[in-house]
Design a protein around this ligand. Structure first.
Ligand SMILES: [Zn+2]
Ligand SMILES: [Zn+2]
Length: 348
């Protein structure tokens, strides 16, 4: 006799009837299991939260004093008729894939993930399962990431060249994850590193939980190109070209995002320089991650869902699309900790 699915898709989010909980719900629910702290996944208003110990501080920082329980990676926990566990997703510090098992049948919700080691987040760990719910933000073959070290080398050379010309370098990077990944990868001997308040707030939370980051100085009144010549400034992407950035004079400006792989996006934004750096999996990463699960059934969520679903079917998978309210990666996406909806970027 066919059994009911372990997870079902509702207008509030991904729901587990046997455990009576939701995963990353976008409407208020009684019990929410949260993959990571970005605002499209960790939303306010739930009765209780369960997240990894490493993801919890950022979630508390964003949502305030919510009822939060924490769990270690790999620790099994019984909830109703299922057993859940959290496994590294490699997306940002503390990010998790959530495994749900009922009597030997395993479903995994990927959350946002990347298979590339970014030198900061706990490296992605494949989790064998029967059904895999995968994001596919960059699910087209044109998206191919270079190694973390290669991109950090590009950023260092750009920064050093600007500093040699006496210019400040303003680099747009999401305030949670990308900015700290860049901090971890750059050569801090090139010059001082300044931060926008949104980036520094996240730095403070991560440092307090024991994550080591190079020294940074928050931009306040009196901190500018004259006080910090040749500085690298890390700021949310929305700060690029803003009045806030004008204090640095004729600075070099660039954006670090997977979208920088599309030259048209960079041109439309009037950016002379872009670095192709994403905290989501590229085409090869998505395919490798899905293969590694051994799943026969794959549901795809935000991103190039229809193209990617068709591709998976040609590869022999049973594949479906799940409509969610996760927002992927955009210039002003939740990953920038900006509440406004993302700017229109290619998503189909
Ligand atoms: Zn995310
Ligand atoms: Zn997301």
């Amino acid at each position: 006799m066919a059994r009911d699915p372990v997870l079902i898709f509702t207008e509030k989010g991904i729901y587990c009837p046997d455990g009576d909980f939701f995963i990353d719900p976008w409407r208020p629910v009684a019990r929410a299991l949260i993959t990571h702290g970005h605002s499209d996944h960790a939303r306010p208003g739930h009765g209780s939260y369960l997240a990894t110990a490493a993801a919890a501080p950022v979630i508390r920082h964003r949502l305030g004093d919510v009822a939060m329980d924490t769990i270690a990676y790999g620790e099994p926990r019984r909830i109703g008729g299922v057993t859940v566990s959290f496994h590294p997703a490699g997306h940002v510090p503390g990010s998790a894939q959530i495994r749900v098992e009922r009597a030997g049948e395993v479903w995994v919700v990927s959350g946002d993930y990347k298979v590339q080691d970014d030198g900061l987040s706990e490296p992605f760990a494949p989790v064998p399962c029967h059904s895999f719910i995968s994001e596919c933000t960059f699910g087209l073959p044109v998206f191919h990431w270079q190694s973390n070290a290669a991109v950090m080398g590009q950023i260092n050379r750009w920064w050093a060249a600007n500093a040699a010309e006496g210019r400040v370098s303003v680099l747009g990077a999401y305030a949670l994850g990308k900015a700290q990944r860049i901090l971890t990868g750059i050569d801090a001997s090139i010059g001082p590193v300044l931060t926008h308040g949104a980036v520094e707030a996240t730095n403070a939370v991560l440092r307090a939980q024991g994550i080591r980051l190079p020294a940074t100085t928050q931009v306040t009144a009196g901190v500018d190109a004259a006080s910090h010549p040749g500085a690298l400034v890390l700021a949310p992407p929305s700060a690029l070209g803003s009045v806030w950035a004008a204090r640095f004079g004729p600075a070099a400006q660039a954006f670090a995002s997977g979208w920088m792989a599309l030259r048209g996006v960079r041109r439309r934004r009037g950016l002379a320089q872009g670095f192709v750096l994403s905290d989501h999996a590229d085409w090869d990463g998505l395919n490798a991650a899905i293969r590694a699960t051994g799943a026969e059934r794959v549901f795809v969520t935000h991103g190039y869902t229809s193209v990617f679903r068709r591709w998976l079917e040609t590869q022999g998978y049973e594949a479906g699309i799940v409509a969610t309210e996760y927002e992927g990666e955009g210039l002003d996406a939740p990953e920038a900790e900006v509440i406004a909806p993302p700017a229109a970027e290619p998503t189909t």
